[in-house]
Design a protein around this ligand. Structure first.
Ligand SMILES: Nc1nc2c(ncn2[C@@H]2O[C@H](COP(=O)(O)OP(=O)(O)OP(=O)(O)O)[C@@H](O)[C@H]2O)c(=O)[nH]1
Ligand SMILES: Nc1nc2c(ncn2[C@@H]2O[C@H](COP(=O)(O)OP(=O)(O)OP(=O)(O)O)[C@@H](O)[C@H]2O)c(=O)[nH]1
Ligand SMILES: [Mg+2]
Ligand SMILES: [Mg+2]
Lengths: 278, 292
């Protein structure tokens, strides 16, 4: 569609529109375009298609050092805390992850750490059953830190490799709810040396610039070690992660591409960048 | 925020004493940045800034002692007018039950909002029934049943039925028998590009002929809001929108994007996880929030 087009302000404007419409945001788009203009003149680029390759190269550059696998080795047990705002796909991602880990020979326990929302525990129970994982739950309305504590003890007594802690969705602007997460992290760290091994922030690909605010606040409060980006099977491109990953140096580890148990993939920067321009 | 940024733009110009079209262009650039930052859709911003530019070169700004304030006022008024012009109440049917269909993407807040709406309508003197028409999501039926139970509102027992259309028609018949006058149907989250699920939604819409189709949208939705609104509106004619999770700090530009694209009003706003946290939509407050 770019063939034969001359490189001018109109073309560059169209490419900017693609990036902003992919939720990359104005500051990141501007930075990428400056980088591309400089390279284009340095390399005497004449063809419109080559401009798009430069853009992909520039975005890919920002992302490739920040693709990383989930850290689940060597813990006694390995503990993964899963957090994020309401409705992004935490519980579903945990089910998919448990299934994947089981497939790779790990024994997994799910900690039903959402003791607040209606039927949250029942929902996780279905996933535990589907994934072949054990589940540890407390009573509804109880202290989530108590559930994670019990889960860690159960993991040790049952010789399980990984504990994945589900948490209730919470807006990052709610200070008392952020404090609840900090307490859970302290309990985990006290019980298992070096834990949590993974603090996984779940972001929804349909989210706009607010994802940057979410990432900043969760990271500042809890030290996020990885991001899972869900719902990439929709038409949203999730471009906001380019800003998040570069600004906060956070690895993007997993992507969700559907509602079924095997709809989880490791993050692939090249595929992601290609999809931005489709 | 935008007020401050515009004041900076106009401070530089005041020394010259007069404003011209280029100055207004600078001001519009700030407005455009503020709106993109707020997640308003790219094309919607373009159209909006164009129409506001026309007004901004008028006398009211050029002769004002505080041109920055004037521009903000014009922008805010235009925004509020765009988002607030239309009927924003639920239209009740003369032949009960009034059927309200809740639809939207995964995780947007449909189940929670269904319960909130039922509670609100009961307070206003109605006799609602909640219908758990999501046969797919793990524990979705339990979730709605618990919420309905907390409010003391009747929740249709779908039992082993997995067909959403059948669940809805049977629920409607039961509501009529029990003389309940509002049916609120909670549906499964679905992607606007999922052919099979959009067909299911159309089947529910065709069979039940709901009086209100409410599209539930997360306030933090980005540029994609336009695609979602268009596709859902094409599939089942959306009557109104509920914008959820407004208790966060998302600017909520999706509200303008949706309004500008499908022209349907935002009827309610979700402002928390508790069942009483639903409010009517205030276009002027939303306009200020989007501009930042
Ligand atoms: N299409 C699609 N839907 C997803 C994906 N991941 C999760 N979902 C759906 O998103 C909805 C919300 O998922 P949950 O796992 O309940 O989200 P959550 O973050 O645990 O929600 P809360 O606990 O209420 O905060 C469900 O309908 C899921 O099936 C994905 O990758 N693609
Ligand atoms: N803070 C806040 N949370 C909300 C609001 N509305 C819903 N939620 C939360 O958002 C999450 C998702 O809500 P649900 O009602 O399960 O969403 P849904 O659209 O039914 O999800 P699916 O059926 O999976 O598509 C839950 O954690 C709710 O408590 C709101 O206005 N504010
Ligand atoms: Mg959950
Ligand atoms: Mg639901």
């Amino acid at each position: 569609v770019l063939r034969g087009r001359v490189i001018n302000d109109e073309l560059l404007g169209d490419l900017e529109e693609v990036m902003i419409t992919a939720d990359m945001g104005v500051p990141t788009t501007t930075r990428i375009m400056e980088d591309v203009r400089r390279k284009a003149s340095e390399r005497s680029i004449r063809e419109a298609e080559d401009i798009i390759d430069l853009i992909k190269e520039s975005i890919g550059e920002s992302l490739k050092d920040l693709a990383a696998p989930l850290n689940v080795e060597g813990g006694d047990p390995a503990v993964i805390m899963v957090l994020g705002v309401n409705g992004v796909g935490k519980t579903t991602t945990i089910g998919k992850l448990a299934y994947n880990l089981r497939d790779n020979g790990k024994k997994v326990i799910l900690a039903a750490g959402d003791t607040f929302r209606a039927a949250a525990i029942e929902q996780l129970e279905v996933w535990a059953d589907r994934a072949g994982a054990d589940i540890i739950k407390g009573r509804g309305g109880g202290d989530p830190s108590a559930v994670i504590y019990d889960s860690i003890q159960a993991a040790r007594s049952r010789n399980c490799d990984v504990v994945i802690a589900d948490t209730a969705g919470r807006l990052h602007t709610k200070v008392n709810l952020m404090e609840e997460l900090k307490k859970m992290k302290r309990v985990i760290n006290r019980e298992v040396k070096g834990a949590p091994h993974e603090v996984l922030l779940v972001l929804d690909a349909t989210t706009g610039q607010n994802a940057v605010s979410q990432a900043r606040v969760f990271h500042e409060a809890l030290g996020v070690t990885g991001i899972a980006l869900t719902k990439l099977d929709g038409t949203a491109k999730g471009g906001v992660v380019v800003s998040i990953v570069t600004e906060l140096d956070l690895p993007l580890k997993l992507i969700g591409i559907g509602e079924k148990i095997d709809d989880l993939r490791p993050f692939d920067p090249a595929l992601f960048v290609e999809a931005l321009f489709q | 925020n935008l007020s401050n940024r515009l004041e900076v733009v106009f401070k530089k110009l005041r020394s010259r004493g007069k404003l011209n079209e280029a100055d207004i262009k600078d001001a519009m650039r700030e407005v455009r940045l503020a709106m993109l930052e707020a997640d308003v859709n790219f094309k919607v911003v373009k159209d909006f800034v164009e129409r506001v530019s026309q007004r901004a070169v008028g006398q009211e700004v050029l002769e004002s002692l505080t041109p920055g304030q004037q521009v903000i006022k014009i922008v805010r008024d235009e925004l509020a007018e765009l988002m607030g012009g239309i009927q924003s109440k639920i239209q009740f049917s003369r032949n009960p039950p009034t059927i309200i269909l809740m639809t939207g993407l995964q995780g947007s807040g449909k189940t929670t909002t269904s319960a909130k709406l039922a509670g609100k309508l009961r307070e206003e003197g109605h006799r609602p029934m909640l219908v758990p028409a999501d046969p797919r999501r793990p524990a979705a039926v339990e979730q709605l049943s618990i919420l309905g139970g907390d409010l003391g509102i009747e929740v249709y027992q779908s039992g082993k039925e997995k067909n959403a259309v059948k669940i809805c028609t049977k629920a409607r018949d039961q509501a009529s028998r029990q003389n309940l006058d509002v049916l609120i149907i909670d549906t499964a989250g679905r992607l606007h590009v999922d052919e099979e699920l959009m067909k299911e939604l159309q089947a529910i819409n065709d069979k039940l002929k709901p009086h209100e189709n409410l599209l539930v949208v997360d306030a933090m939705t980005g540029q994609d809001a336009v695609n979602v609104a268009q596709q859902f509106n094409q599939a089942i004619r959306v009557d109104g929108v509920v914008l959820t999770k407004m208790d966060g700090d998302a600017r909520g530009g999706a509200a303008l994007s949706i309004n500008a694209t499908i022209g349907k009003p935002i009827k309610f706003v979700g402002v928390g996880e508790k069942l009483d946290q639903i409010e009517p939509f205030h276009p002027d407050r939303m306009a200020s929030r989007i501009l930042g």
